[in-house]
Design a protein around this ligand. Structure first.
Ligand code: ADP
Length: 503
């Protein structure tokens, strides 16, 4: 490895601009930084200023093949390590990531435009926590003994699947990567990750840091575009498991590739998550819960964002007003500034997409757009992708804003009168990722929680992904679960039965 370039500092760096430059132009394959075999790269842009901050290696089938072959070779020895030893190494990675948490938070803020204080630091902390959690689960890779016959010993053992191909999006790239890489590694697989083209830097640094602890080739990172780099990864014959987070359309492409090879696939796709507020709720806690649920500090760029809020009629007007006041108080500005609550949209394409939803809402008869907060005044940010949050009222369930995933700081609040009616509205969606209910009547709350079509229902809270809580949706929101022990067992191992006839 010594002849490979090693451009990044070993100590944590608090200068995200310098670190972004140092990470420019590389994949991480077989334990070292390598440029794209084609020599090509693409620009990584700071969405707060429009300025280029780095070049990312533009991966293609040749890079994919090199990464997968390295991973396949490394996996053989990795799988032979005792499971607890693998876990201990992953745990060691978590400690290293904790030491670099501030650095990673700054880097992710720079490349995604997510505010450092409200979002990016939280993500960096959760990432270390996820590796720490899974690092402790090595000894849970247990099988069973099956009562078959007195003279026959019949047991099951958990075996790794081989090389895992993981494809991730740009909204919380480090966290969503950790949900895939941590359980895959502890279970004895090796991994090739394809990062999102909009956010390739922080995940590359995480991969390099972890490679200081892990054997070379066990964890590899590629950057590049979907069709050129993602497609050859999902189609590669040596990749024996796919795990994907992203859009429904791409999820279907990944699922088809898995079907073609008859390999397992986990999909975490979109959402249109309802938040249901009853008049008897704890009002102030619920208003602040709505801000969190809608992920306004992440510019609404979350598949669990509460982009449909249903409020019982007696408190409807008061609730809308209180939410408007609360969002108005949030500060939009430079993502790296400690005072900032809300940063920028990730890319021009997303910006235009979200704006088209807002224009459509504004043009709908009877609708009111409550435009919140204030644009930053700093001249240095004038080309930044800042978008004021919008709360819509007066739209109904036929609106595209109520039916489709916007992935921006836009929510629609509708009144309701009856629990049964609001349940029917909430379930009338192609998605089924998450939902939240806000009431002090737990009898009603629990009844609806059982009947909501969603992978995760929270009553009187709406937290982000937590280690050890199974996470994943139903309907078009995906297949399979992440983040928990059973997610590791069910999605990153297969169960082999061994029988010994001792008669
Ligand atoms: P988004 O619209 O949020 O960017 P996508 O589903 O397009 O969602 O992207 C999520 C991830 O899937 C990204 O890493 C992207 O590069 C990758 N991707 C896009 N198209 C394909 C494809 N045809 N095959 C494999 N991966 C793809």
């Amino acid at each position: 490895m010594l002849d490979r370039p090693h451009p990044t500092p070993s100590a944590p760096s608090n200068d995200p601009f310098a670190l972004a430059k140092a990470l420019s132009g590389f994949h991480f394959i077989g334990g070292g930084y390598v440029p794209a075999r084609s020599g090509r790269s693409f620009a990584v842009v700071n969405p707060a200023t429009g300025q280029q901050v780095a070049q990312a290696a533009e991966g293609d089938a040749a890079d994919v093949d090199a990464a997968v072959r390295n991973a396949a070779e490394a996996q053989k020895e990795w799988a032979k390590l005792p499971a607890r030893k693998r876990g201990a190494l992953v745990h060691q990675c978590a400690a290293l990531l904790k030491d670099h948490a501030e650095e990673l938070a700054r880097l992710i803020a720079l490349e995604t435009g997510k505010a450092l204080r409200t979002e990016s630091r939280v993500e960096a902390g959760v990432v270390a926590d996820i590796f720490e959690f899974f690092g402790g689960l090595g000894s849970e890779l247990k099988g069973e003994s099956v009562p078959f016959a007195p003279n026959v010993l019949s047991v099951t053992v958990r075996e790794p699947l081989g090389v895992v191909g993981a494809i991730i999006p740009w909204n919380v790239p480090m966290l969503l990567m950790a949900l895939k890489v941590a359980p895959a590694l502890v279970a004895g697989n090796s991994v090739v990750v394809k990062s999102a083209e909009e956010a390739p830097l922080a995940v590359l640094r995480v991969c390099e840091l972890m490679n200081r602890v892990l054997p070379p080739g066990v964890f590899n990172m590629l950057s590049g575009f979907g069709p050129e780099c993602g497609a050859p990864l999902v189609e590669h014959p040596l990749v024996r498991k796919l795990t994907f987070t992203g859009s429904v359309e791409t999820g279907k492409i990944v699922a088809k590739a898995a079907a073609e090879k008859l390999i397992p696939v986990t999909l975490e796709l979109g959402g249109k998550s309802p938040m249901i507020v009853f008049a008897d709720c704890d009002f102030d806690k619920t208003v602040s819960g709505a801000l969190t649920s809608m992920r306004f500090t992440r510019q609404g760029q979350s598949c669990t964002a509460a982009s449909r809020i249903y409020v019982e009629r007696p408190i409807f007007d008061r609730f809308v007003q209180a939410m408007k006041t609360a969002v108005d108080a949030m500060v939009m500005g430079d993502p790296l500034d400690e005072k900032t609550d809300i940063g920028t949209i990730i890319s021009t394409g997303q910006f235009e997409k979200v704006q088209s939803f807002i224009e459509e809402g504004k043009a709908t008869a009877g609708a009111t757009a409550h435009v919140c907060s204030a644009m930053p005044k700093d001249q240095a940010l004038k080309k930044g992708l800042f978008l004021q949050p919008v709360i819509f009222t007066g739209l109904d369930s036929k609106s595209r804003l109520v039916r489709e995933e916007i992935f921006g700081p836009v929510t629609v609040i509708q009144p309701f009168d009856e629990p049964e009616a609001v349940l029917a509205e909430a379930n009338d969606s192609e998605y089924g990722l998450a939902a939240s209910l806000w009431t002090n009547n737990l009898k009603v709350g629990l009844d609806l929680a059982h009947r909501l079509e969603a992978g995760l229902v929270q009553i009187n809270q709406n937290l982000v992904v937590q280690a050890n809580l199974s996470y994943g949706g139903v309907k078009s929101s995906g297949l399979g679960k992440e983040a928990s022990l059973e997610a590791m067992l069910e999605h990153f191992t297969h169960k082999k039965t061994i029988m010994v006839n001792m008669a």
